[in-house]
Design a protein around this ligand. Sequence first.
Ligand code: C2G
Length: 129
Amino acid sequence: MKKVITYGTFDLLHYGHINLLERAKALGDYLIVALSTDEFNWDSKGKKSAFPYEERKRLLSAIRYVDEIIPEENWDQKLTDVDKYGIDVFVIGDDWRGKFDFLKEKCEVVYLERTPEISSTKMKTLLNH
Ligand code: C2G
């Protein structure tokens, strides 16, 4: 079984996220999403998601491409996660291109093109109108 992992906040879930998850799943048989915790978002990314972790997890768990969800609590867990979960492919949007090449010693690293025009930030402005 080819296992794929990806990481993110997935706040205000939108079609850009779905495009990413669909393509990520297509790279293997089993997709794990490491979902950024509220604490990690605030302490390390300096952002507060509109939806708390449990809500973001609930939304993701309803998506057919997602097989498992684990918490993303720090930047460094990727190396241990790859071993712990027997990961074959790490995948993330190309806004991160190059940032996680250190994982190449352990697994395939794939950067997928981001979906233009949509973001959680844009969703927030759309929701405010
Ligand atoms: N994404 C995308 N197209 C968009 C918006 C997002 O392909 N229009 C992708 C991102 O590239 C990422 C995933 O969807 O692969 C989740 O996006 P975010 O929640 O914004 O993830 P981010 O905050 O960048 O967190 O350790 C890695 C970080 O946790 C990634």
